[in-house]
Design a protein around this ligand. Sequence first.
Ligand code: GLN
Length: 291
Amino acid sequence: MSINHESTIGWAWRWFVGELSECYEKQEASAIGGEVFFRCLNLGSDQRVIRAGEGLAEQTLTMLQHTLGLLKQGMPVQYVTGITTFFDCELEVCPGVLIPRPETEELVLWAASVYKKRNVDSGIRILDVGTGSGCIAIALAKQLGHADVYACDVSEIALDIARRNACNNKLDIHLFLCNVLEKGTGEAPLFDCVISNPPYVRFSEKMVMKPNVLAHEPELALFVEDDDPLKYFRAIANKALMWLQPDGLIFFEINEALGAETVKLIGDIGFTDITLKQDIHGKDRFVMGRK
Ligand code: GLN
C-alpha cells in the first residue's frame, strides 16, 4: 500500500477488504472488514457512503495498517476492536479474557426464563462463578431487573474487565477474587442460584478447535486435564451446596461429550431434579440441579 494524501475513506475501505480477502473468504472479509474498519474510523452506517470521498490522515492509515496486521495474524475480531455483544449487552474484551460464546447466551436465557416463570424477579441472589468478561452476571442482572448479582473469578484481568463492563452497562455487580479449587467457601451470603461456565475442554480436544482460538484465547478459561475433566464442576458443585439456600438451583454450561458424567457427578454430590439440556445444535450443553 502506498499511503498518500489522496487516500480517501472509500479507497481505504476497498484496500482493507482486498487485503483481508487474501486470508478470508470474500464474504467474511467484507463482514470482518466492516466491523473493524468503520469502528476504527468511528463511522456510523449512515456516514459510510456520504463520507467515502473524504481524505484520511496518514496517522489513521497507519492505524488501519496495524489493525489489518492483527487480523491477518488471525487475532479474533473481538480482541482487535476490544468489543463484543452478548445478549443485549455491549462488553469489552481483551486477550486474557474469554470471548463470550453464543452457547452461553442460551445458558443465560434458560436461567432467566426459570426465574421469570416463577415470577420472583425481585430479591433473587445469584452467583456467577468464573465470570470472565462478566457476561453471564451482566446479562442476568439486565434480564432479571432487581436481582442481586455476585460474580467471581480467579483472574485479576478478568475481574478488571468485568468491573468495567458492569459499570458501562450501569449495573451494580458484586465482584470478587476467588479460586474455586481452593478449600473453604469464604464469607458469602446465601444464594438462590449458582451459575457457571467453567473450563471444560479437554486438552486432547485441542485439535478440533480453531487455530485462532488456540493462539489468542486464554488457556486458563478453556482447558482442563484429560485425567479429571470435571474437576471444576466438582469443586463448584461442592461449594454450591454451602452457597445455596435450600431449593436453590445450580446451572452449568458443560462439555457436550460429558453430559451423562456431569449429571451423575452433580447427583452424587447431592443435587436433585437434575435436567440435562441441549443447545440449538442438539448437543448436550447445559445442566441444572436443585439443592
Ligand atoms: N464453548 C467454549 C468453546 O468451545 C468453551 C468454553 C469453556 O471451556 N467453558 O470454545
